[in-house]
Design a binder for this molecule. Structure first.
Ligand code: F6R
Length: 607
């Protein structure tokens, strides 16, 4: 995680670095720092907490210089203190780093024996000290960096800046993404192209193991074998305007409200011209030749996969396995012929998901990804990348990306069902028409905002919350619990309703709220029976249902939230909205940092 940036410019570097870091703050906000070549010499400014603290520091203590590096940190090794903040400097070199140096203990021991002492608890400092050591042995900066890089194990991206070198940056990528931006007589480096967007749209992505020697007028890229490498320069299309809150109090609120529009766009994108079928980009996929689907993701994206399992199995009769990426990659599961591997990721950079994808390369028949960032590593390394078209998502808690993932996955399941002949044309037409009408149902769901805010006010008093759901509502219960805990810090757990009496029912008392997600579908009566078991033990039930469900079961509920009726297949996309709003308003009532909750980062590029 951590965001890194480098500039060899013709103007003052500090404002450019801070602006780029603003765009990278989604990667971490434990501390931030910049270093420049100020009057020929390395100089740094660092501050704990959000980027605004660094900006404030720079007002009082400016940092001149036209060449510089910057960093926004998500702490891995060492507490978020000024001392542990990047850039790390050792004598003539300063370094910013994203990722983990796995052999840093061994390197530390080696450096200690050579008489070096450590000022920080970070793994990054070993990189700076090792480079300093090589320079003390007579190596010039480029050679010192090369020798250092050859010693490092792990997944990382690094940028080096050297004392007295106003026209030199060295950038290296092993595991964590890094992009070089080409200006006119200027050069930039960033963790992603979004950070570079205000400066340039001409970008070269470093490949695995690449390292680059960069000056204002040249870039020399070498691969892991130290051979000169030719990497394509692309012109990318990224909105360079900083995304604003559009009148909302938080990005999360704005992103929740955007769902009818972005989902409408995703549906239109994948609908055939006549509106009767689903079209996929490129050569698409032949689902008649597929025996099984293996879906892999992390966090909220994993819950999107869990939901899609129901769709692929029920609509397309296609067996699906769903796995958490961090478990999948180390379990090394067999991938039999006829398997398509599908990876879901908003950022397209999640380290575990990317590693799982690489594990499937050469084993699965095809690799598909469902991503929000088309330029991301996961998209670029897939045979077929399906964009979810959610637009930039800034709030750390995923909202519109989740529902857009669901929309695209449902449309993919419909394509599979059509090709495999497991859906009648009438049923397919019904579902496509329900998808077209979904934005309007989502707008109706959003009208419950005030009612949900009132319910959330009561939820904010809870210490623990249980979420229950059955069938398609089970993954939604998991997602509701995740949303609540990540932004309100209330402990929340989710269970399949049928599991209640196998243990969690022991938790039921008069204090802990139980959120029951239950549209009036074929499983409604079963879920309501479980709800009755909670009520019979004095439990407090918050019921999220539709009109028909409320008419039957709202009587004894502590709170009821009513959604519009939609085809049962589409309920996960719709019921995500009250789950998101409930978490959002609970967090607001508790006064937590909604968009940047503690300890989290938007893009998880370390294991
Ligand atoms: C939760 C959330 C995370 C992400 C997870 C995967 O609200 O956003 O659980 O879903 O870190 O991230 P991506 O989708 O970028 O791979």
């Amino acid at each position: 995680m951590c965001g890194i940036v480098g500039v060899l410019g013709n103007h003052e570097a500090a404002p450019i670095l801070v602006e780029a870091l603003k765009r990278l703050e989604y990667r971490g906000y434990d501390s931030a720092g910049i270093a420049t070549i100020n009057d020929g010499h390395l100089d740094r400014r660092r501050a704990v907490g959000k980027l605004v603290n660094l900006s404030d520091l720079l007002v009082h203590d400016p940092l001149p210089g036209k060449a510089g590096i910057g960093h926004t940190r998500w702490a891995t090794h060492g507490a978020p203190t000024v001392c542990n903040a990047h850039p790390h400097q050792a004598g003539p070199v300063a370094v910013v780093h994203n990722g983990i140096i796995e052999n840093f203990r061994e390197l530390r021991a080696e450096l200690s024996e050579k008489g070096f002492s450590f000022q920080t608890e970070t793994d990054t400092e070993t990189v700076a000290l090792l480079t300093q050591y090589h320079m003390s042995q007579g190596a010039a900066p480029v050679e010192a960096a090369r020798q250092t890089l050859a010693r490092l194990h792990g997944a990382f991206a690094l940028v080096f800046l050297f004392d007295g070198q106003d026209d030199l940056l060295i950038a290296a990528r092993k595991g964590s993404p890094l992009a070089i931006g080409h200006g006119d007589g200027e050069m930039f480096v960033g963790s992603d192209a979004i950070a570079l967007a205000p400066m340039t749209d001409r970008v070269t992505y470093l490949n695995e193991g690449d390292w680059a020697v960069i000056t204002r007028n040249s870039v020399e890229i070498r691969d892991a074998n130290n051979e000169l490498a030719n990497r394509e320069m692309r012109t990318i299309q990224i909105d360079s305007a900083r995304v604003d809150k559009g009148g909302h109090k938080h990005f999360m609120a704005k992103e929740i409200a955007e769902q009818p529009r972005v989902i409408g766009e995703a549906v239109r994108h994948y609908l055939s011209g006549d509106g009767n079928s689903v079209t996929l980009p490129g050569d698409g996929l032949d689902f008649t030749k597929i025996d099984r689907l293996t879906m892999v993701a992390c966090g909220t994206a994993f819950f999107a996969c869990l939901t899609a399992k129901y769709w692929f199995e029920q609509l397309a009769r296609l067996p699906v396995e769903v796995d958490i990426a961090s478990e999948f990659r180390y379990r090394e599961p067999p991938i039999p012929g006829g398997t398509v591997a599908l990876f879901v990721s908003q950022s397209g950079e999640t380290a575990d998901t990317l590693a799982a994808l690489r594990y499937c390369e050469g084993k699965a028949d095809k690799i598909i990804s469902v991503v929000n960032v088309p330029e991301s590593s996961i998209a670029r390394e897939s045979d077929l990348a399906l964009p979810i078209l959610a637009g930039t998502e800034i709030g750390v808690a995923s909202t519109k990306a989740f529902t857009c993932q669901l929309t695209v996955l449902l449309m993919l399941a419909l394509k599979a069902a059509e090709q495999r002949g497991t859906i009648t044309p009438e049923r397919q037409a019904d579902l496509l028409s329900a998808l077209r009408a979904l934005p309007s149902s989502l707008n109706t769901a959003l009208e419950q905002n005030s009612a949900i805010a009132r319910a959330a006010h009561k939820l904010a008093e809870a210490k623990d919350v249980l979420f229950l759901g059955r069938g398609l509502m089970y993954p939604m219960a998991l997602e509701g619990a995740l949303k609540l805990k990540e932004i309100s810090y209330i402990h929340a757990e989710a269970y399949a309703s049928g599991e209640l009496k196998h243990g969690p029912i022991a938790l039921i008392d008069k204090i802990m709220p139980v959120v029951v997600l239950a549209p009036r579908d074929t499983l409604f009566d079963k879920t309501v029976s479980n709800m009755q078991e909670v009520l019979a033990r004095g439990g407090k039930v918050m019921l999220i249902t539709d009109d028909a469900g409320a008419a039957e079961a709202a009587g004894e509920a502590w709170q009821t939230i009513v959604m519009p009726h939609v085809d049962p297949v589409l309920t996960p996309i719709l019921y995500a909205v009250p789950a998101q709003l409930l978490a959002y308003h609970t967090a607001v009532a508790k006064g937590t940092d909604v968009d940047q909750p503690r300890n989290l980062a938007k893009s998880v590029t370390v294991e």
